[in-house]
Write a protein that binds this ligand. Structure first.
Ligand code: PMP
Length: 382
């Protein structure tokens, strides 16, 4: 959708892109400064495959401080974004035909990465009524002797759903009966949450969970550093070692300069964060209110990340002004793009049709204009 939107923009059309997953803020000043200093120190050589010791120690401190998790530096791998951590883990562990449970709606890359590793994605659809969260009975039904991993992502892209500790404990009860199933916890949106409830992550539930969870996080979302490409994973030593073998044959490591910047990010002040989160909260509230005022659109108030995932079931089956039937979420998103110049992503891309994803990591002005355009486009359906 972003590519199509860019094409239309190049042709001179006015297009608002709400299809991208990155904060629109600037990387904090002290982080940029640290990168410049690393360049001036000529930190321009290969680093260790797992990442510099300085960064892995900063990651160890982050997990202690924020999550009460205890790791040694050799239980940490740093790679080119959380994305590479997910990829390395799947490549290192998934054999042909192994199953990976993916509760959906889920980030588009999960099923594709599982397929690239020769595995079988097992899609479990989680309804809006269940807050887009996996329920214990669904997990129990999805597990087979071939299950290798359960992927969990909280706060979620695309739904913004956040699992409470209690909800994770309900899943743990099921996992206790199936010790061959491991958990990949993708916590990249940890810092972007709107409730005061403490952040819950699977590895922190119990020693049982810690022994079979890979916890993945990074600096992309919390520090507005998507382009720097730094993510990390922490977990049992044999798993991290296997992931290092994969990474050493792929990218070796992420940029030495980015690693120096990430140390400054993780160890530095977080005083910019409340302002980030407050701005996102204001935009979320505005977008949710605007969407709920549109006939046929229903949108819950998500508790994290910077996406909303409204249902569009109420408008499917209508026709656009040219008589074209809008029968799927994809048709609707194409209609929004072509007739209103607003790019959003169909829910089917996230394996939950009948919805679409709006990223509100855009300016207030752009969001207002986009919502008004979508409302007018919906009003033209009959
Ligand atoms: N996980 C999720 C759920 C995401 O949405 C993203 C980015 N869109 C990532 C992982 C990857 O983040 P990065 O590689 O930039 O750390």
């Amino acid at each position: 959708m972003t590519r199509l939107a860019n094409q239309m923009r190049q042709q001179g059309q006015s297009v608002i892109t709400l299809s991208q997953g990155e904060p629109d803020f600037a990387t904090p000043e002290h982080v940029r400064q640290a990168a410049k200093e690393a360049i001036d120190r000529n930190e321009s050589r290969y680093t260790e495959v797992a990442g510099t010791l300085a960064l892995r120690e900063a990651v160890v401190r982050k997990f202690e401080r924020d999550n009460g998790l205890h790791f040694s530096p050799d239980q940490i791998q740093v790679g080119c974004g959380a994305k590479q951590a997910l990829y390395n883990a799947l490549q290192a562990t998934v054999q042909d035909g192994d199953e990976v449970i993916i509760p959906t709606p889920a980030w588009v890359s999960y099923p594709e990465m599982v397929l690239l590793a020769g595995g079988q994605p097992v899609i479990v659809r989680c309804s809006a009524q269940a807050g887009f969260k996996l329920q214990a009975d669904q997990l129990e039904r999805a597990i087979t002797p071939r299950t290798k991993w359960l992927m969990l992502n909280s706060p979620s892209n695309p739904s913004g759903a956040v699992y409470s500790r209690q909800e994770l404990e309900a899943l743990e009860q099921v996992l206790l009966r199936h010790p061959h199933v491991w958990v990949m916890a993708d916590d990249v949106y940890e810092k972007i949450r709107y409730s005061d409830e403490p952040f819950a992550t699977p590895a922190a539930l119990s020693p049982y969970m810690a022994a079979r969870t890979l916890t993945i996080n990074g600096v992309s979302k919390a520090y507005a550093m998507t382009g720097w490409r730094v993510g990390f994973a922490a977990g049992p030593l044999p798993l991290i070692k296997a992931m290092n073998l994969v990474q050493s044959q792929a990218t070796s490591h992420t940029s030495s300069i980015s690693q120096a910047a990430a140390v400054a990010a993780l160890d530095g002040p977080m005083d910019f964060l409340p302002e980030f989160v407050e701005a996102f909260r204001r935009r979320r509230d505005k977008v949710v209110a605007a969407l709920n005022a549109m006939p046929g659109i229903e949108c819950d108030l998500p508790m994290g990340a910077f996406y909303v995932f409204p249902s569009c079931q109420g408008v499917l089956g209508l026709r656009d002004p040219s008589g074209q039937l809008i029968s799927t979420d994809k048709d609707l998103c194409m209609y929004f793009l072509r007739s209103a110049g607003v790019a959003v992503v169909p829910g089917s891309a996230f394996e939950l049709p009948g919805h679409f994803r709006v990223s509100y990591a855009s300016s207030d002005q752009e969001l207002e204009e986009a919502m008004s355009r979508i409302a007018q486009a919906i009003a033209r359906l009959s």
